[in-house]
Design a protein around this ligand. Sequence first.
Ligand SMILES: Cc1cc2nc3c(=O)[nH]c(=O)nc-3n(C[C@H](O)[C@H](O)[C@H](O)COP(=O)(O)OP(=O)(O)OC[C@H]3O[C@@H](n4cnc5c(N)ncnc54)[C@H](O)[C@@H]3O)c2cc1C
Length: 383
Amino acid sequence: MKHFDYIIAGSGCSGRSLAIRMLPYLKASNKQLLLVDKSPKKGNDKTWCFWEKHMDVFEPVVYKKWNRLSFSSYFIRQELNIYPYEYKMIRATDFYTYTDEKLSGNPHITTIKGNVERLYTENEQAYAIIDGEVYSSDYTFSSIPPIQNKRPERYQYLLQHFMGWIIETENIIFDAECATLMDFKTPQQTGTSFVYVLPVSPKLALVEYTVFSEQELATEDYTTALKQYIHEQLHCEQYTIKEQEYGVIPMSDHPVQRQQGRIIYLGTAGGFTKGSTGYTFRFIQKHTAAIVERLKKSGNPIIPSIFPKRFKTYDATLLHLLGSGRLSGEEIFSKLFKKNKAKQILKFLDNETSLIEEMHIFKTLNKKEFAIALLNRTLRIIT
Ligand SMILES: Cc1cc2nc3c(=O)[nH]c(=O)nc-3n(C[C@H](O)[C@H](O)[C@H](O)COP(=O)(O)OP(=O)(O)OC[C@H]3O[C@@H](n4cnc5c(N)ncnc54)[C@H](O)[C@@H]3O)c2cc1C
């Protein structure tokens, strides 16, 4: 049986983020890490957007950043000054190339392609069965999505599903310094839906149609919505589709196990996808940074929760409100953006506000509907 100090099972966003952050620690402590994934990571399978105040380890692969955002709906149109944050975009292809370069050839890293069939803990060791072979480690970090057979009715299960096109236009259409965070001027019949527009130049942008609902749509529904938005809202007739992105992100308040013995879960598998928005990238960065800090201090990677538990309750309440259909996403987000400073909203969505700051935000929302959703959710959980 082969033994490594650490195994990272799944080398996507969170697996690679952790591996990169661990490099100095592995060198200083002369430890060995195995990184395993069933599929080679190549190509631009996604585009990550997130906001942050400072530069972090993946700054070298930030493709574009914006200081200004806009929010639009049938109720309001706001330009948002997000200082001290910047909204950033990383293309997966650059992220994979950059991390491959940093990890390959490193004497403390072994990378293999293989299917992780099982993970378990026994006698203070973590075990991984990879293509029929058993590997042991002191700790295993896994971002492999758990198989969720049971979906108790008391939890909300929505999907954030989206299709995006990188379009190149014949004429100047975009303000390359202002990204559209959400534009609700889209058909709302199939669920809360909006478009975001991320311009990288006056003639090139990612235009993404996003829906929050229980089920995905047929392909032609996404393409129809995209064409309609480009025609009616961007007033653009002549364009070429350079790339297409499609994705589904689970939005749920179903509890997630963060650790099982010597196995520590990362990324979406570890519950680091924010239930109410789907944003994950920054939570992955905070979580993996905290693991490495703890490793450096004590040699033990098990950490307490990286944010207060009340944020899970807020996310769950919003999900239940969206699921109940009593208020539309457009109404909720329009109020939020109309009555609060953008930097406060971003701080809140980052799970970093204080209780007092949260009370100020809640005062601006539809208190009665949120209270009903919170009550319904609580009753469903305890009964
Ligand atoms: C298209 C798309 C766009 C997104 N955009 C954003 C965004 O803009 N901002 C944001 O914050 N979040 C975004 N997300 C959400 C989230 O950031 C990503 O899903 C992110 O990749 C999650 O990282 P992860 O490590 O949890 O999962 P992944 O990156 O999917 O990594 C999991 C890895 O496990 C491997 N694996 C699975 N099963 C096995 C197995 N049995 N054996 C071996 N390997 C296995 C997979 O091949 C994969 O490489 C997006 C998601 C998608 C799908």
